[in-house]
Design a binder for this molecule. Sequence first.
Ligand code: F6R
Length: 606
Amino acid sequence: MCGIIGVLTDRPAAPLMLDALKRLEYRGYDSAGIATLVNGGLDRRRAAGKIAALEAVLDAHPLAGVSGIGHTRWATHGPPTEANAHPHVAGRVAVVHNGIIENHAALKEVLIAEGVRFDSATDTEVVAHLLDRAIAAGRRPEEAMAAVMPRLRGAFAFVVLIEGEEDLLLAARRASPLAIGLGEGEAFVGSDATAMAPLTRRIIYLEDGDWAVVRRTGTSVFQEDGAPVKRPERVSSISGALIGKGNYRHFMEKEIHDQPEAIAHTLHAVIDPGTGTSTLPSPLDAPNVSKITVLAAGTSYYAGLTARYWFESLAGVPCEVELASEFRDRDAVLPKDGVAIAVSQSGESLDTLMALRHAKALGQKVLALVNVPESTIAREADGVLLTRAGPEFGVASTKAFTAQLTAFCALAVALGEVRGHLPAARVTALREALAALPARAGEVLHDDDRFHPIAQELSRARDVLYLGRGLSYPIALEGALKLKEITYIHAEGYAAGEMKHGPIALIDEHVPVVIVAPSDGWFEKTASNMAEVRARGGRVILLTDPDGAARLGEGADHVVVLPAVDPVVSPILYALPVQILAYLAAVEKGTDADQPRNLAKSVTVE
Ligand code: F6R
């Protein structure tokens, strides 16, 4: 996954593209580059490292030109060096690319046999060579594109700039996102509307298999087979303002503190604050939903695992949660009248998008639960429910996760109500418990000094275990994921009852064990698992409520007491301490919590 921008303008192109790349940095940040046409000829600047490194190169060696393409990279083929940074140039052609050209090795072999020399280890460079050779053989740029597209396999998007063609960008999209922006006598191409937001809000989203000829005066779109096609122009609602960190050190810290608002706003997407009643979004509003299949990756998958408990126990609806990357590799048997819910903060994770398409092919109606309104997953689903977390920039998902949990819980209560599975008094009690969550979350965040000594201890550990049962099990998984992705400390989440079946062998006095244990129906059993850890010298960090602390606090090395809430909504609150601990441990270690190594915010490769 990488971020792509292309501009045809009458202003200096380099600063416009640099600003767009900063907006796209969530898609990857291991190297970056831009190319422009200067007096008709290609010129480029590239740098390994974050956009700031490219900015420094441009400060030292400015780049003129009013037409150009730019790229921020998340390496797939070839390490993140300057030589592998995009744009890649072959003869008259420069290319920026996101995704994977799956048959690049075979194409490269053919090109090498024809005498082509490669300068990088990327899969991208074959596209530049194929186009350059087609143009050198006398084809017009659009003819070259029509000839090359059928030779490429994989899921990708790319934009092409050609020497001598001041008023032309070629753009192509197969599965990976790409959009065209229309300006007044200007035209743009970008991975998303956010990248182009300060430039234009008039957007044409390319569809799968489309490729386009973009000029300042107009854009022509073609389908895979070369047939011209019209795609609608939309007006994007995305703001051009770059969102800042405020007084926080990192976006992650800010986003952790945004959660009371994110939860409140998301709740209002399902429960009308005036009447207290719920409207189920389509297709979940169908009268006889037979099964819910949640499709997601990473943190969004853990939100789905939590939702399974809620859909089963509150609504009596069978539910399975599928890792999006695995779903297509099984012969999943899905029933008639089933609904799939594709959960994704970005709405662009390719695994989740592919799983959505697979679920549709298997006859399921699909609801998208996404945080980005105009994302591909939102556009392809039958219905959309937006989490209202606001833009999330930290690579580690925080407020989008609690917003997903909130939406799921409110949906399950609403389903339980319409299906007659929950008594009216319980519906009211649960809605009240949900409505009280923003205030409870605020209390947790207000009192965050107590996390420092625990985070210090975690930051020194080599391995950390997280345990939870029932509704707290996905929070244990999420806690471990947060810690490992931003501190690089090895961490594992386990169902507390599963520990004795193997992981207990890891426990000694050097392994902190974070136990997520609100005083719910699973509490006694988790307490026994905690005793097993203590008996083996393990250090226990207990996350619980006042009642749990009174019953178990003595047996733990650290106790974090959270406000008492209805156990059903506890995962939403208990997500906060595991995020805070991971964040503070990263600060302790000095790792970059917002842009940890090897990761990207939106993963658009399979
Ligand atoms: C972890 C994290 C990732 C994402 C995953 C799915 O903190 O952020 O695991 O949850 O890449 O991303 P979305 O939700 O955008 O589909």
